[in-house]
Write a protein that binds this ligand. Structure first.
Ligand code: AMP
Ligand code: FE
Ligand code: FE
Ligand code: ZN
Length: 286
């Protein structure tokens, strides 16, 4: 079984429609794929229909923007929860709403740094996205010739160290974990040591999240080197939580290193996720 539990569509910052992500996963021979757009479940209906059409198992999910007790941005994957549960739904709506003034402030920042782009250009690049973010601002910078790619835009204009950078308002990771559990879902920290933050979340921080209901860690991810993966896998085993792996596919919004199936989850870990929820994925039962 080939299982990829973290992908994005154009409903957040990927570049493919939800049905295209599902169709591509099926054509690549994946057995299970999770769609985990940032802070929105708007892709779910289209993905569910595509699962039946393509005969692939699709796990409904979301990647929630949260903040750790230490003040770092932490992405929390949540699977198989009730999207109508009011507390979680309103928390996601609040995060999406807060993304708009934050991105406007970042636009003002890059304009002050010399990039002459407009809010209309950013909105146009966001297209159907329900969650707007820096990747859409990056696309507008590329269109304007101010950057050569999203990656380049992050380095030159909108990365965490940039004067234009504005953090998102987001719930604490522990609160988000409790909301996901209350909605019947399974919460897993995405790429805990991504983008050069080796050891970014300490063992103590992670074990405090386990006490709040955390189910697992995304261990195999392109942003983690081999040593980080080994350490995170050992930590997950010690804490008796699930270790997953996934691609974090964003279509052409990220490099080929993040291709579908670039990292995968074991069948055992997938079954452990299913065992923690009453809800079932779409398409064939696996
Ligand atoms: P935001 O949620 O608006 O802060 O944007 C964060 C998103 O930008 C992440 O989900 C990634 O998809 C993307 N991202 C972060 N860093 C980079 C980078 N260096 N190059 C390209 N995309 C990035
Ligand atoms: Fe993203
Ligand atoms: Fe992420
Ligand atoms: Zn992601």
């Amino acid at each position: 079984m080939r299982i990829d539990l973290h992908t994005h569509s154009a409903v957040s910052d990927g570049t493919d429609r939800p049905a295209e992500v599902v169709g591509l996963a099926a054509s690549m021979g994946l057995d299970v794929v999770a769609l985990t757009d940032h802070d929105t479940t708007d892709s779910w209906a289209e993905a569910a229909a595509a699962a039946e059409r393509h005969g692939i198992t699709v796990v409904p999910g979301v990647e929630i923007s949260t903040r750790s007790a230490a003040g770092h941005s932490i992405h929390l994957l949540a699977y198989l929860f009730d999207p109508t549960e009011p507390d979680l739904a309103s928390a996601l709506a609040q995060i999406r709403a807060d993304r708009v003034p934050r991105l406007r402030r970042m636009l003002e920042g890059v304009r002050a740094m010399g990039a002459q782009i407009t809010w209309e250009q950013v909105v146009e690049r966001a297209g159907v996205a329900a969650a707007v973010g820096r990747p859409h601002l990056a696309d507008a910078l590329v269109d304007a010739g101010a950057a050569s790619s999203r990656e380049d835009a992050f380095v030159r204009w909108i990365g965490v160290g940039s004067p234009a950078y504005v953090p998102k308002r987001s719930p604490s990771t522990a609160d988000a974990i409790r909301l996901v559990r209350a909605a019947g879902g399974v919460p897993i920290v995405a790429h805990p040591w991504s983008r050069g933050r080796r050891g970014g979340m300490s063992a103590d921080e992670i074990s405090a999240l386990v006490a709040a209901g955390l189910a697992g860690l995304e261990v195999d991810h392109v942003d983690h080197d081999a040593a980080s993966r080994a350490q995170l896998r050992a930590l997950a085993a010690e804490l008796e939580i699930i270790a997953t792996g996934s691609s974090d596919y964003h279509g052409t919004g990220k490099t080929i290193a993040y291709a579908l199936g670039a990292c995968t989850t074991s069948d055992e870990a997938y079954q452990a996720i299913l065992a923690q929820t009453d809800r079932a994925p779409w398409g064939p039962k696996r």
